[in-house]
Ligand binder design. Structure first.
Ligand code: ADP
Ligand code: ADP
Length: 226
């Protein structure tokens, strides 16, 4: 089943200095449960593509279909995890992880068990009452992932989630994140500069080229269990 479908997607940014064709005629289909990596040099449109899939940005031309429906605004079906964690320093780890649910106005009793379970899955059970500044960078990224997962999106967009981490932490997190997302049946689209990470994490690698951003190649990665 196709959960993300991009049809002839193009995007032009217009500002005081003129127009930039950031993406041109992108066609892409992502299946339920599939992990796809987007790689390519800076400026090839990776972040623009994630913004379009998330519904935060509307395409100049073409269509984004999420579970068969054309999206016009952000939808709870899609969770977007940014490169930087942006945790609130005055909120505990639990309160940071639960913020998306708090904003929906649901009763805390309805979501607290899920948030605690996700924190536990991410090895953060003992940190629920700590504050962000007491945690390492890798731990903070895990909190950011829990926050994204807590609203139960089917599709996760991850923009270089591990780029600020040291090598060992990065390897551990790649593993933990892949296992957690796959065991929950999530679909993931990951932006990375790191080809090793793309191979370790995904079923398919989409290589983009810049000026304008286009799909240069698609490579299947065998052996990452789906
Ligand atoms: P990355 O390589 O991680 O995408 P960039 O440094 O290219 O990061 O972009 C950082 C931010 O600046 C993004 O929010 C992007 O939308 C914005 N940006 C990038 N290029 C331009 C530009 N030419 N004019 C205005 N904003 C830009
Ligand atoms: P990547 O994430 O692969 O580095 P981006 O999606 O950030 O690429 O950018 C694609 C192109 O669009 C680049 O040429 C960039 O300068 C341009 N761009 C990105 N954001 C903006 C913006 N807000 N305004 C103008 N140009 C932008």
């Amino acid at each position: 089943q196709t959960v993300v479908e991009l049809r002839q997607l193009s995007h032009v940014y217009v500002n005081g200095r003129g127009a930039t064709l950031a993406l041109e005629q992108i066609d892409l289909q992502v299946e339920q449960g599939e992990f796809v990596s987007l790689i390519g040099p800076s400026g090839c449109g990776k972040t623009t593509l994630l913004s379009l899939i998330s519904g935060l940005l509307l395409p100049t031309e073409g269509t984004v279909l999420i579970a068969g429906e054309r999206i016009k605004r952000p939808t709870p079906k899609v969770g977007y995890m940014l490169q930087q964690d942006y945790l609130f320093p005055w909120r505990t780890i639990y309160e940071n992880a639960a913020i998306g649910l708090e904003l929906t106005g649901k009763e805390e009793a309805a979501y607290k068990p899920l948030v605690l379970e996700l924190l536990s899955d991410m090895g953060l059970a003992d940190c629920a009452d700590s504050y962000p500044q007491q945690l390492s960078g890798g731990m903070r990224q895990r909190v950011a992932l829990v926050r994204t997962l807590a609203t139960e999106p089917d599709i996760l967009l991850l923009d270089e989630p591990f780029s600020a981490l040291d090598y060992q932490t990065k390897l551990q997190l790649e593993d933990l994140v892949a296992v957690t997302l796959r065991s929950r049946g999530k679909t993931a689209i990951l932006v990375t500069h790191d080809i090793t990470e793309a191979i370790a994490m995904s079923d398919r690698i989409i290589v983009l080229q810049p000026r304008p951003g286009r799909i240069r190649a698609e490579v299947e990665v065998p052996g990452n269990i789906r």
